[in-house]
Design a protein around this ligand. Sequence first.
Ligand SMILES: Cc1cc2nc3c(=O)[nH]c(=O)nc-3n(C[C@H](O)[C@H](O)[C@H](O)COP(=O)(O)OP(=O)(O)OC[C@H]3O[C@@H](n4cnc5c(N)ncnc54)[C@H](O)[C@@H]3O)c2cc1C
Length: 448
Amino acid sequence: MHCHLDAVLCTSFSSKITSSRRPLYLNFALNATYFPTEDYYDYIVVGGGTAGCPLAATLSQTFRVLVLERGGVPYGNQKLMNQEGFLTALTEVDTYDCPAQTFTSEDVVLNARGQVLGGSSAINASFYSRADPEFYASSGVDWDLSLVNQSYDWVEKGAVFRPELKNWQSAVRDALLEAGIDPYHGFSLEHLVGTKIGGSTFDSSGKRHRAADFLNYAKPANIKVAIYASVERVLLASSSKVMSRLSAIGVVFRDEMGRYHHAMVKEKGIPVVYHHPNEGQFVYDNLRNGISILPPIPLEYSLIQVAGITEMGAYLEAASNVVPFTTPSRSVFVRPPSSPLLLTVATIMEKIVGPISTGSLRLASTNIRVNPIVRFNYFSNSRHGEMCERFVGPSLPVDQSNYEMMANFASVPVVDGSTFTISPGTNPQATVMMLGRYVGMRITKESD
Ligand SMILES: Cc1cc2nc3c(=O)[nH]c(=O)nc-3n(C[C@H](O)[C@H](O)[C@H](O)COP(=O)(O)OP(=O)(O)OC[C@H]3O[C@@H](n4cnc5c(N)ncnc54)[C@H](O)[C@@H]3O)c2cc1C
């Protein structure tokens, strides 16, 4: 069993979070085995990930909130702290407690997702860049753009930094400009056509910040975070007012000892609607092409820091890693070296805006450790008309004030990367974090 993190409520908070200091959220993050078999909250956030953490921190200012996260805490895990650990965290996935869970789609493409507090923001390539204006215009959502900007600002004040470019990233920046991807914007978090240095969630001392850090902004008296808590079921019941209308009244989660707990919503429940016929459909993966080279001189580690954004919607990014290579042990001609050969691999990547082909996802089990069955159908459809489909499900109704249409559309409230119409900007995490804050603020305002 994992160690018990003492539940000492903190009383003070300093605004800028330094990564070397023990994070305040450890004061209210507890192993799920210590939770009662039943308890009541105003809001239950399933998944303490990139969107879940800022959402929970925001809601906790006004409401009593429970976060249920199937993984542990990232703090103290060296692989997750610096750029050098990036590949290791994605490849060492055999242990029960590993922060990344890999899965292979039916198209035989390897993928990863976070299973740790902070979610995929704790294992990703750290590049931070806001969404493109087109993302808001085509999403079918009536955004409060001033609140969107405030939410981005809130996210960025503690977790986003200007990276220092070294050889490879500087060379890529110069090459992009030479190739005509201009103008040059220098450092910018905005989505701008041309070449820019984007934000990084690694600070100037090389330490990673991730969504779990937003929990340091939570109101400690109002929040509990259960780690190693796997949610297996959402409990639904008819609301008293409209018998046919279902509400989510709680969830069932399992701790690592296999014991079940009920976390219930205090008030009427959260309204949900009927089974959605398109559930699990229209899933897509943003295509990425890459060229990797073995440079003759060693290069420093670098995850994505520079982006070239073209008018036609192609995005260029780069990384450099040191990768261990081993000779197959049965080789007749080459005697295998006793330790693997460390080679620098420099990669240039290209992504294309929006979904081009869509696939599907279905659960293989309610056990979160069993991967779902995913097929992205890469290259099955080259029509750009499909770029406006949702990640999961069809586009939102045009008239969102029509309750019946919205009711038939929605399901249990989802705030995460799966809800976007198109992938926002060059990379999604900035907007996923913003969305957590944004939705938390909207819920709080609407309850006034
Ligand atoms: C290797 C990699 C590199 C990437 N690089 C970048 C990058 O450089 N820049 C960028 O912008 N984006 C990047 N991304 C994408 C970005 O990180 C994700 O889009 C984003 O983090 C998704 O956020 P989310 O909130 O939707 O999900 P997550 O952050 O994955 O959060 C989901 C959380 O829910 C938990 N959970 C799931 N099911 C349950 C359950 N049943 N019970 C309890 N808990 C549960 C998970 O453990 C996880 O913590 C990368 C992604 C990966 C995998």
